[in-house]
Design a protein around this ligand. Structure first.
Ligand code: DGY
Length: 325
């Protein structure tokens, strides 16, 4: 049987891909920080049996329809809003993601972002580095307490529960909103289910870990920010497009909320002239939720095993988002 062909859309460590290289014809876009151009991706997909993709690659219907041999797309992320699932299902293309292996690391980053925003860590570090620190002052760079505050988590899946676990360590009250109740988090972490409005009105920290879907797009808009406490801090480590960024900017400038910590944006990378980046009460990160060396390694290995299972071993993928027909 002829070896299958796999295209990897970003430079990844050879050592991690070796078992895949041994079993398939492997082609790779050799840049680490530059996305594969659309035309190159379309051309490569047209000849591929499998793709190892990044969350920044658009795997849409046009691509799927031009890829007659494609059997599996392994996405290096837990989110898969960059992939047209319906088009994949129609064509029997299996889509895989990387759940579980990134849960704790992404929760670490979410909580670190919350802490950095609350205690103004980036501002404070810049203050020292820029030589502005001339004297100690009673309210110099004073921030907001984290312990014994209320955290409102929207999106109580695996990562939400891991964030709640960290919050419990800070004696926080945990409330949450989700499509469905998470009884495990309620029982084990004392998380209390509330409606969206109650979450917005009650939480000192509103944390979004939402995936991007038709229901969640733009959910945090003008009305939502208006309902939050004036000293509330908004954290987003899910997907950027669940936020209307103009509304967020307005809410921050009008003092309707106190600050925002953002790891994700409507459009990534966010341009350096974006108004949100001009605000000192905004902490902005370049979508690094799962970016520890150990976790990225596990994610790459999981993608590799999913591709090998489907294309070489004739087995089911380990972490499918959609099944083959
Ligand atoms: C993902 O993998 O989807 C998350 O955005 C982690 O950064």
């Amino acid at each position: 049987m002829a070896k299958p062909t796999v295209f990897v859309t970003r430079r990844l460590p050879n050592a991690l891909l070796q078992p895949l290289k041994d079993a398939v014809h492997l082609h790779m876009w050799e840049e680490e920080l530059e996305p594969v151009p659309r035309e190159t991706l379309l051309e490569a997909a047209a000849a591929a049996d499998g793709l190892l993709t990044m969350l920044s690659d658009r795997i849409d219907r046009a691509l799927i329809e031009r890829a007659p041999r494609l059997k599996v797309v392994a996405n290096l992320a837990v989110g898969f809003d960059n992939i047209d699932l319906a088009a994949c299902e129609e064509r029997g293309v299996i889509v895989c993601n990387t759940p579980d292996v990134l849960t704790e690391t992404t929760a670490d980053l979410t909580f670190a972002l919350l802490m950095a925003t609350a205690r103004r860590l980036i501002e404070a570090a810049d203050y020292v580095k820029n030589g502005q620190w001339k004297e100690w002052g009673p309210y110099l760079l004073a921030g907001k307490d984290i312990h014994h505050q209320t955290i409102g988590i929207f999106g109580m899946g695996r990562i939400g529960a891991a964030v709640a676990k960290r919050a419990k360590g800070f004696d926080m009250d945990v409330i949450y909103h989700n499509r469905s109740r998470n009884e495990k988090a309620e029982k084990e972490l004392g998380a209390r289910y509330v409606g969206f409005d109650e979450l917005l009105e009650t939480a000192d920290y509103v944390v979004s870990l939402l995936p991007l879907t038709e229901e969640t797009r733009g959910l945090f808009g003008r009305a939502a920010f208006k309902k939050m406490k004036k000293d509330a801090i908004f954290i987003n480590a899910g997907r950027g497009a669940v936020v209307d960024e103009d509304a967020l900017y307005e809410a921050l400038v009008q003092g309707e909320i106190a600050a925002a910590g953002l790891d994700v944006f409507q459009r990534e990378p966010i341009g350096k002239d974006h108004p949100l980046l001009k605000l000192k009460q905004v902490v902005a990160l370049p979508h690094i939720g799962s970016a520890s060396v150990a976790t990225r390694t596990k994610m790459i290995e999981l993608c590799r095993e999913n591709l090998l299972n489907v294309l070489v071993r004739g087995q089911s993928p380990l972490t499918p988002v959609t099944a083959s027909r």
